[in-house]
Design a binder for this molecule. Sequence first.
Ligand SMILES: N[C@@H](CCC(=O)N[C@@H](CS)C(=O)NCC(=O)O)C(=O)O
Length: 318
Amino acid sequence: MLVNGKWSKDFDPVQAVDEDGRFIRQDSQFRNWITPDGSAGITGKAGFKAESERYHLYVALICPWACRTLMARKIKKLEALISVSVVEPYLQDECWSFGAYPGADIEPLYGFKYAHQLYTRADGNYSGQVTVPVLWDKQQHTIVNNESADIVRMLNSGFGDLADNTVDLYPLDLRAEIDAVNERLYDSFNNGVYQAGFASTQFAYEEAVAKVFDSLAFLQQQLEGQDYLVGNRLTEADIRAFVTLIRFDTAYYGLFKTNLAQVRDYPTILAYMQRIYALPGVAETVNFDHIKQGYYSIKMLNPLGIIPQGPDLSYITG
Ligand SMILES: N[C@@H](CCC(=O)N[C@@H](CS)C(=O)NCC(=O)O)C(=O)O
């Protein structure tokens, strides 16, 4: 992690635990918003006007949080406006790197080797973990925002007429319900799988696994009789559920030990996951090689780095 702008401690996914051994996720620190006229958003400073080719998105294809933003970029047809770089899948000592791994990129703006160099370019005194996604402003050479929940919302509405507004991922009339589903799933499912994987006590692990499977039961029930989670139309709640579901059988079931059942054991959820995977552009945001290599590179959980052969993913990829 970075301390006062210096790389000070080798990558360790668990920087903090509570007294019962639960993993504590750090809060994102850059919270500015792109808006159609450059006015300040919900948090942060003004000065980030929506413009074509001004912003760049740094992502990891292993990462569910980063892939939320990649999905939103595709669905809102912002590909030509916002460029993307993909880091290598391995979580090495200096965390995310750019390079030649298939499907990854060389850092195009500054020739950086590591993502932590972006953080110190933005703030020479930054202290904290170096996470993706990072939404970067090429004009001011700084991070606009490194919180995926914010980035999905600004891709949905911050670009005004530059985006495809036939799709609204956070429609006014469904906001309360979307917020409720997001809240229901964040702690116990999206972050719940990490709580299971990074638990440092048996108690914290079992508590997290119970929440994860309770969430799958909730999803199964919520999807009875409708194709999408809220209002029977695609919203950000579906993006947030999908990125965790699509990694479940490949990474979480084995590495994070959430192994009471797989997603493919839930017919309604499986059909839902396949439906979203088949939406235009979505499959391009899913890279099972990066997912598998990336998660299984976390030394704390897999010290010898052996990569499992399965699962057979033909039930998704055809
Ligand atoms: N709250 C952040 C979380 C992002 C996050 O934790 N990303 C992970 C990858 S899945 C990461 O970069 N971890 C590196 C680290 O924790 O050092 C968001 O949703 O954008």
